[in-house]
Design a binder for this molecule. Structure first.
Ligand SMILES: Nc1ncnc2c1ncn2[C@@H]1O[C@H](COP(=O)(O)OP(=O)(O)OP(=O)(O)O)[C@@H](O)[C@H]1O
Ligand SMILES: [Mg+2]
Length: 336
């Protein structure tokens, strides 16, 4: 595989010049612009009426967390007083490294237990609910393709995702598939979803042979096998080639456009700004800001959180920052 860094840059004596081809993530995103679907406009409209302040209640809350704390030894990784997630919109959870995003995500999806706190989905308490049960209730998260899953074919991965209890009779059922009515329906459904992600021609390939971007698409495709009302994604863009980022973002927007609720954790601010309808910012375990993407990046608490923890973070679009903030960022830059 060619080294992308050398492919993207031309070095002449003392200068390094960016070459326009192949496209960077930023260019790929700028080419698409923000979605202008009816659902995107509706989301923007309904959220415009919500005050951008931490813990604010939403007009149609699907997921709610209250007093959720998770400690590791003496360190509090998550300390969220109150958070509501609006139904039918794309919410991004951002924050510097170590802010507690993944830990919070794991708590919300039933993969970890908080030391204290309550949280609910569709008004039902989730305390003590397993991830499998959550999926039956309509909330699903994506999984990284583990080594074991890489050795299965794309189709086997899809069928497995549709099973109630993936751990149980995983290999037995795959080795001796019983062509039951359910399996026939699941196979048809899998093919439909795979073709939407342009993975249908790969159905008999080993998942491990897919490219990084195709793996991410398969992770999303797997999650859709359970017909979720809410889908949770942890860094869906991580490690994906810029050329595929656009298509991934397009798929995420399409989920929202079909009425699904999306919550995703992401480091790439450009991606966040392009597809999210609402942004929640974490730092040191707490939520420090929430609001629409255009304004939340200018919030002083957000700038401080990133400056304090992660000086080289690109907040997405310099033109969104006000001159005072830019001057401060530049001053920080010079100090380094
Ligand atoms: N299993 C664990 N045991 C001990 N400490 C942990 C554990 N998981 C996370 N932590 C700590 O909790 C804090 C929050 O980590 P977390 O992974 O949730 O951050 P994050 O916001 O997802 O960071 P990143 O952006 O780097 O993915 C960190 O200080 C981390 O070291
Ligand atoms: Mg993380």
């Amino acid at each position: 595989m060619p080294d992308e860094t050398t492919e993207n840059t031309v070095t002449t004596e003392n200068t390094v010049t960016e070459v326009t081809e192949p496209a960077s993530t930023v260019e790929a995103l700028d080419a698409v612009g923000r979605s202008d679907s009816a659902a995107a406009r509706a989301a923007e409209h309904v959220l415009a009426a919500v005050e951008p302040k931490v813990g604010v209640s939403k007009p149609d809350t699907i997921l709610m967390a209250d007093g959720v704390q998770r400690r590791f030894g003496g360190m509090t990784a998550v300390d969220v007083e109150h958070l509501e997630v609006q139904r039918g919109v794309i919410t991004a959870l951002i924050g510097p490294n170590g802010a507690g995003k993944t830990t919070f995500f794991n708590l919300l999806t039933g993969f970890d237990k908080p030391n204290q706190g309550t949280w609910s989905f569709e008004g039902r308490s989730l305390a003590g609910t397993s991830a499998a049960k959550m999926a039956r209730n309509g909330m699903v998260r994506t999984f990284q393709l583990t080594k074991a899953l890489s050795r299965l074919t794309v189709m086997q991965n899809m069928l497995l995702a549709a099973m109630d209890n993936p751990g149980e009779n995983l290999f037995g059922s795959l080795v001796r598939p019983l062509w039951s009515g359910t399996e026939k329906r699941n196979t048809e459904k899998a093919l439909e979803i795979l073709s939407r992600f342009k993975l249908d021609t790969k159905k008999d390939d080993f998942a491990g042979s897919l490219s990084g971007g195709q793996r991410k698409l398969l992770e999303m495709a797997r999650a859709l096998m359970t017909d979720p009302t809410m889908i949770m994604l942890d860094e869906p863009m991580a490690g994906v080639n810029p050329a595929l980022v656009q298509s991934l973002l397009h798929h995420i927007q399409a989920l929202r456009d079909e009425g699904m609720t999306v919550l995703f954790v992401e480091h790439d601010m450009h991606a966040v700004r392009h597809i999210s309808d609402w942004v929640v910012v974490m730092a040191e375990g707490r939520i420090v800001a929430e609001g629409p993407p255009q304004s939340v990046m200018q919030d002083q608490a957000v700038i401080d959180a990133y400056l304090g923890a992660h000086h080289d973070t690109d907040l997405g679009d310099d033109s969104l920052l006000d001159p005072a903030v830019l001057a401060r960022l530049e001053a920080e830059e010079e100090k380094r």
